[in-house]
Design a protein around this ligand. Sequence first.
Ligand code: GLC
Length: 646
Amino acid sequence: MNQASLHKKLASKELKDLEKADPQALFEQRLHTNLPLITDLFNTLYPDPEHESHLKKLPGLLKSLFRKRPEELKIRDLNLLKEENWYQSHKLTGMQLYVDLFNGNLKGIREKIPYFKELGVSLLHLMPVTTRPKGENDGGYAVNSYTAVDPRFGNRKSLLDLTAELRENGMFLMLDFVVNHTSDEYPWAKKALKGEQKYQDYYYTFPDRTVPDAFEASLPEVFPATSPGNFTYRPEISKWVMTVFNSYQWDLNYTNPKVFSEMLANLVNMVNSGVDIVRFDALAFLWKEIGTISQNLPEAHKLIALFRMCLQVVAPGVIFLAEAIVSPHDIVKYFGEGKLQGNECDIAYNASLMSLLWNSIATKKTLLLQKSLKNVPQKPDSCTWINYLRCHDDIGLGLDDGYIAQLGLDPWMHRKFLIDYYCQGLKWSPAVGYKFMENHATGDSRITGSCASLLGLEKATRNGDAAAVETSLAKIMMLHGIILSIGGIPFIYAGDELGTLNDYSYLEDAHKRNDSRWVNRPRHNWDVVSQLNDREKPSSRIFEGLKKMIAQRKKTPVLADHNNLEIHDPENPHLFVFERTGKGRKGILVIANFDEHPRILDIRLLDDLGYLKDGRVKDLLKGEEWKLTSGLVELGPYELLWLIKP
Ligand code: GLC
């Protein structure tokens, strides 16, 4: 049993009648319940006897942090604890957005609550809203503060007003906690730059290249094209600072327990604005060790669990999303292993599904998708995925070379094909995407572009090719239909619900020009929204289509995530078939055709799985039932079915 379930159990009497619950007493109970684990984690990370004083101070720190938690949120915590894993619900659909690009500022987001509700979105991920350097700032991921709202977006009050209104509307909020690094303008960095040793020790700073060179021997580069190397020389202090991401993002030194305690306070202050899910940014990088790639290290996992166990004492309703774009084998570890199972992160990005879907679109085949998904290690029952197609970042081709080779393909050639397919290296490809962080030496690259542009809508529109527009729309609907049904929280990237194309305006901004991820960070087009009643427009058709699918998802409890996904073999390389097995409910069989031609499926599969009744099947998406007259089910190009068990 994980700690969250234990808290639920211990508080079961109080949770039944929240009016009578005493949040303070329940806090004490959680503190005592988690303290052994917290102590254990702390001692493993900080074994030095001189660190003991920090551990001793931790209960006091947690008490003072709990005192600062608003009363309303203390009650919400208990409500969320009471609900059975609310984040696995079929009623939840998320949207990720940049506050300024979406609608100006935080007040503007509040005004759009009806828009989210119309579409069916009930969870928002707002990109960073706190203060950041004026010039380059990695879209706010270089933080000058963890709590001060950037005046461009509003102020603390507008954030609180927004979160209160989201709660009133039954919605949830996710914000980033940029836990791995601060900007070089963060107060600690500024003091370090003035020569204060205490704050230089909050980061990794070195007087010469000895240690940096030792690290570099095994450290990969995150942004090789724009920020090569992992250290930046700062002449103000004649020192090298570890900067794994951009040169202005300083890596925090978590071997120093003071950093942990202070960041814990920052975390709690941030969630006290009304955050339900903390996106733990770049968490794979939290612990560094010479001779390793300094990603996914066991200590990083312990540190995440330590943050989580402490936060759970203060704010038991708040959960963690692992922002780690790593292999399936590595990602499941963020759900916690052994006694940490279910005590680390509750949600993780399903990055491999994302890149496999893009792979299947380019190849028109699903073999790699099937093979890879069948081999994803099982996640704990209390955890879930975020399933997405696009986000503000690039598409990394995190495909398994071994599986590619098993399909008889050369992994290097295959990647080269995908990059060319999406980044305009092949004339016939419908995609209009761009390379990100191209490595000229190896030919490797990541891919960027908007969902619609990568799926052919930009080219089709430019060429006035009506048939290609239809194909693109079918692909857009099919992929969204998959993420809405495969199990986990479907996340729509703002703009994709309208089929927004690439945005080239970033090329005119000197601070953005070198980062092609900005091509997929467009301003929300409210003109298009105002024309949604013109039903023929591609944007209207996408919006309406998504709205219908989300509404259908909400009515279909079997789509909640209960680890009830089974991948079936369609015996056809172009089809993807998976089932959300009933477990007491009516199952759903999802069938998708990734080819531009009609493809067939043997109805014996449907019969064996129990989806045929009197030779008839029923599709929830079209709301139709029909008789299968031959022994085959035919799927049109990029057609998607959600068959319900009779
Ligand atoms: C995460 C963000 C990305 C950012 C990086 C560094 O990966 O998604 O946009 O560049 O963290 O903070």
